[in-house]
Design a binder for this molecule. Structure first.
Ligand SMILES: Cc1cc2nc3c(=O)[nH]c(=O)nc-3n(C[C@H](O)[C@H](O)[C@H](O)COP(=O)(O)OP(=O)(O)OC[C@H]3O[C@@H](n4cnc5c(N)ncnc54)[C@H](O)[C@@H]3O)c2cc1C
Length: 498
């Protein structure tokens, strides 16, 4: 009988290369394990049935890894919306269509006969996690982090103050946010935050709407942007240029926008310019580019301006003199930077404040995680599920991947790597007998019946493909967008279920 390499490795205390250990988790090993009737590797004759909660990148990448690593395992992906793909559909900017190509890979996974998409089912509301754990061998929480984060300062409720999260969801046609009353009559916008989402917001506000016509932005959002009066967008950061969270590709794109001048103060970069050669990549490339641009005049007379300002924290959002219910400016605290022995740089208030007039404010200080079910051990401070290498604390059979595990940081590649890790952990636990497939693990069957009894309208992947087709067919020669998104859940259901 063959002993799997990872068990052999532990028995004999020998060093086995990581790649070889991983090989053991691939199809041939599991085929043997399944058909052997006795011995260390035979666990059960039942098929492992895994439930994934959330159909964003984390859900699909975890499912992909599980299906690839086990010849019989089945995955059911539950999604609260009738449509899949999470932030790839509702977060990634419309003018970055190449990023959305991952949808092709996710579609292949969804169309694997061992994978099912179960849309329009909200876990924690329609079904509880503890019920899922009864009928699945394992449950993976991959429901992202879409909670609003507030600045917690006076004036945050004034008109003209927007959440970047909602603004992004609005222009991308998320059913919960399409009705956001966006008014871009003002000329000057301030964005609190200096991450890639803040840059996305600035680019959407400053880019010529003509350049957005051939994207999947909603017609309603395009219409508002066409009437926009916004001329200046300033991104404010608490710390210095070295700590800005955006990446070089996103910043460089801003510097190349037609009719938009990038305004950086030379004084913010004079010290960095002296040490730029010694900065480690990839930061070095970003700093070199910023140092090169700093202080450049608007020599070609660009009519719009993109500014970065540093070492400023929000203190209060001030009402306009003409309309006390509308934003008219912000009060910010000037900070100084403190470099710690660990290399970490923090900001400290100087006690000096500054008032900056503006017509619009966007809060782009990150997304927050939240629990969807009281049974889930959740770290409220960090906004993540409590876990150890993807295994949720004190909940055998429960796992997590993606932003609900890591917090809302990183890009698709980091989410992919993290989800593959969780997939490997589950395969390992199946291999080690920590997870035992059983006759009780009937998967979706019983649940779908229960949901049907409650008249929940379930959308399968074919249902999504009907919505997809309908969206694509709505574009025309006069509106040459790749798709016109359906933004209403009832309409989605009508198309998917007929
Ligand atoms: C505005 C924005 C732009 C971005 N742009 C880029 C980019 O250009 N390039 C890049 O590489 N990365 C980008 N990212 C990062 C990327 O989107 C994330 O890395 C990735 O989406 C995280 O995946 P996730 O599956 O953890 O979360 P999500 O994508 O949020 O997916 C979670 C899914 O779970 C579903 N869900 C939530 N609650 C429930 C529930 N109770 N029951 C069932 N389903 C539920 C949600 O509807 C959603 O479909 C961007 C992120 C944001 C916020």
């Amino acid at each position: 009988m063959m002993i799997p390499m990872n068990k052999f490795h532990r028995l004999m205390h020998v060093d086995v290369p990581r790649w070889l250990l991983k090989q053991n988790l691939q199809a041939p090993f599991f085929s043997q394990a399944h058909y052997l009737s006795s011995g260390t590797v035979a666990k059960s004759s039942s098929v492992p049935r895994i439930c994934v909660v959330g159909s964003g990148p984390a859900g699909f990448y975890t499912a992909q890894q599980l299906i690839k690593g086990h010849p019989e395992l089945e995955v059911d992906i539950y999604e609260k919306l009738p449509v899949p793909f999470g932030l790839v559909r509702y977060g990634v900017a419309p003018d970055h269509p190449e990023v959305k190509n991952v949808i092709n890979t996710f579609t292949k996974t969804a169309q694997n006969p061992r994978c099912s998409f179960i849309g329009n089912v909200c876990i924690g509301k329609d079904i509880h996690v503890k019920n899922l754990l009864q009928v699945y061998t394992a449950v993976v929480l991959a429901y992202g982090a879409d909670k609003e984060k507030l600045l917690g300062i006076k004036g945050e409720n004034l008109k003209g103050v927007y959440s970047a999260r909602e603004f992004v969801a609005w222009y991308n046609g998320h059913p919960d946010h399409v009705d956001l009353p966006v008014n871009l009559d003002g000329q000057t916008a301030l964005v609190f935050g200096q991450g890639n989402v803040a840059i996305d917001v600035a680019r959407m506000l400053l880019k010529s709407p003509d350049m957005l016509k051939e994207t999947d932005i909603t017609p309603a959002a395009l219409n508002v942007l066409e009437k926009s009066q916004v001329k200046n967008v300033t991104l404010l950061g608490r710390r210095g240029p070295m700590e800005a969270a955006f990446t070089i590709a996103e910043f460089r794109e801003m510097t190349k926008l037609p009719s938009v001048h990038t305004d950086l103060l030379e004084s913010d970069f004079s010290e960095i310019a002296k040490i730029v050669d010694s900065i480690r990549p990839p930061r070095k490339r970003l700093m070199s580019l910023m140092c090169k641009i700093a202080g450049m005049p608007n020599s070609d007379g660009s009519c719009r301006e993109f500014r970065l300002r540093f070492c400023r924290s929000p203190v209060e959002i001030l009402p306009s003199e003409n309309d006390q219910e509308h934003v008219g400016g912000v009060k910010v605290m000037l900070n100084k930077l403190i470099k710690h022995p660990s290399g970490k740089v923090t900001s400290e208030p100087t006690g000096v404040t500054e008032d900056i007039p503006c017509d619009l404010v966007f809060r782009s200080i990150g997304y927050g995680g939240q629990t969807i079910d009281e049974d889930i051990p959740f770290d409220l401070d960090r906004g993540v599920v409590k876990h150890e290498r993807g295994r949720v604390h004190s909940m055998p059979g429960l796992y997590c991947s993606g932003w609900v595990k890591t917090g809302p940081v990183g890009v698709l590649v980091s989410t992919m790597n993290d989800s593959f890790d969780t997939g490997q952990t589950i395969l390992q636990d199946l291999n080690d007998g920590i997870l035992q497939p059983s006759e009780k693990h009937t998967g979706k069957e019983a649940l779908l019946k229960q949901l049907g009894d409650k008249s929940t309208q379930i959308v399968d992947f074919d249902g999504w493909l009907k919505i997809d087709k309908a969206e694509i067919s709505r574009s025309s020669d006069s509106y040459p967008s790749p798709r016109i998104k359906i933004v209403n859940v009832d309409q989605m259901l009508k198309i998917a279920l007929t």
